[in-house]
Every structure is written in C-alpha cells, then in structure tokens.
Design a binder for this molecule. Structure first.
Ligand code: ZN
Length: 148
C-alpha cells in the first residue's frame, strides 16, 4: 500500500492526502477541519459521492438507501456499527436515493438497500439487501485492500 492515501472529505468534497500511518490519529480535512476517519456515517450528495468514488484510495462503502425503505432503516444502526468497526481504514457513507434518484440510475441500482464498495477510483464489489454489522464488516475486509 502507498504511504499516503488520497481521501475526499465527505463533508466539503476537498481532496486530502493523508499518511496511511496517521489514518488512526484523527486526521482532519485541510479545508474545512472535519475529521476524515472518525467512523461516523456521512450523508453524501451526488457530487461528493462521484468525487470520492473516483478519488479515494482507502475503501469507501456507500449505502444507497431511501427513507421509505423499511429494511434500509432497519439496517442503519448495523451500518453505523460496521463503520465504527472498520475505522480508520475504511469509511462508510450513505446517499438518499429518494432525494437523488439520478445516482441509482448512474450506478445501476435495482433494489435498495444496496452497498457499493469503492477503492482506488473504481467499484470493487457490491452487496444487495439489508445485512447485519458483522456481514457488512466481513464484506469490506474480504473485498477491499486494507491493513489487517
Ligand atoms: Zn472538508
């Protein structure tokens, strides 16, 4: 793995270059000061999603969800738990496909919840349906390149 990783700030969309060894010591965005790897699930807008999906060198798992989707709402606490477990080496975020229907089309989402894992500028894997935290975590660890 490279010594630094490019991470898009999920709050402001700026690209940051962070030493991999410092991912665990609370790196902050150079532009807005938001924490980059705090294990909190960020809600994305389409522009930030697109930029992070194309840029991030660390694994980024995105939950495509909607407020009307019961299984999505049920999975939310599990997804948050997985985000904590995978921090600081992978980041988890979500996007509301009701507010942003174009992203479903762009990513060819057929049903929600759908999880797409991005790393090094491309889609690595996807997982459909609501999953418990342990399965979400295992999915990322199996498909992403990250320190053990
Ligand atoms: Zn920022």
């Amino acid at each position: 793995m490279a010594e630094t990783a490019k991470l898009v700030c999920l709050d402001c969309g700026s690209t940051n270059r962070v030493p991999v060894a410092k991912l665990g010591s609370g790196p902050k965005c150079g532009t807005c000061g938001a924490k980059l790897t705090d294990g909190k699930v960020r809600a994305l807008d389409p522009a930030t999603l697109q930029k992070a999906a194309k840029t991030d060198e660390a694994p980024l798992l995105v939950d495509f969800w909607a407020p009307w989707c019961g299984p999505c709402r049920m999975m939310a606490p599990q997804f948050q738990q997985a985000a904590q477990a995978l921090a600081p080496h992978a980041r988890l975020a979500k996007i509301d496909t009701q507010d942003h229907p174009a992203v479903s089309q762009k990513h060819n989402i057929r049903g929600i919840p759908a999880l797409i894992l991005f790393q090094n500028g491309r889609e690595v894997a996807r997982l459909a349906g609501a999953r418990p935290a342990a399965e979400i975590e295992a999915f990322v660890r199996q498909n992403a390149r990250m320190p053990a």
